[in-house]
Design a protein around this ligand. Structure first.
Ligand code: FE
Length: 211
């Protein structure tokens, strides 16, 4: 006869429930299934969009813009004066940089970007936003204690460095132009772009030259 341990069944049941995806993930999945079933969306098109933003756009476009700013002073001046107009030169598609402000990190100023309301982000330059950017904890804490939050990201700034926190909106997006790493004088724009990380363009990373 097969043994039956009611407590074991209860434990397995609880475990299965605790391993379910989060509520929003389930809702998205349910919605997607319905849209596919009704023939309103093509799953291959969804995959193609995700691939485009993950592999082609982000964060390579942003890195390319930053490397250009490091190597072309006239472009950098234009980028800082009117981010949207400067980005237009690259002929990138996508509306998320329709109103873009570029802010430059220096020895005395460090910029960091957040969207306190939700998760507004320059998708057309940086691709998909990281999970932590959308998390309530980051959104709440970075405005209250930016120095402590940055330290947790490994960005330890001296007290002499002023931290500026920029709050994105659905209309306005920010791009941080990180400081060019030391020891990169001989590199061309393509090699420089390869050093630029996504987080450095949000303000949660400092760049180093590759050893
Ligand atoms: Fe938002």
């Amino acid at each position: 006869m097969t043994s039956y341990d009611p407590q074991k069944i209860i434990d397995i049941h609880a475990h299965l429930h605790s391993d379910l995806p989060s509520d929003p993930a389930l809702r998205v999945k349910a919605l997607e299934s319905l849209l596919v079933e009704q023939g309103l969306v093509d799953p291959a098109a969804i995959d193609a969009w995700i691939d485009l933003y993950a592999e082609e756009i982000g964060p390579k476009r942003g890195a390319h813009v930053v490397a250009r700013a490091w190597t072309d002073p006239a472009f950098k001046a234009k980028l800082l004066a009117d981010g949207t107009a400067a980005i237009r030169e690259f002929d990138y598609q996508g509306h998320a940089t329709g109103h873009l402000i570029a802010v430059e990190n220096t020895d005395t100023v460090h910029n960091v970007v957040v969207c306190t309301l939700c998760s507004c982000y320059p998708f057309s330059l940086l691709g998909m936003s990281p999970g932590w950017y959308k998390a309530a904890e980051y959104r709440a804490r970075v405005v209250r204690e930016p120095r402590a939050v940055l330290k947790e990201f490994g960005v330890a700034l001296g007290e002499e460095v002023e931290i500026r926190v920029w709050d994105s909106t659905s209309e306005l997006r920010y791009l941080v132009v990180p400081q060019r790493p030391e020891g990169t004088d001989g590199l061309d724009a393509a090699a420089l772009a390869a050093l630029v990380t996504r987080n450095s363009m949000i303000g949660t990373d400092l760049l180093k030259a590759r050893a």
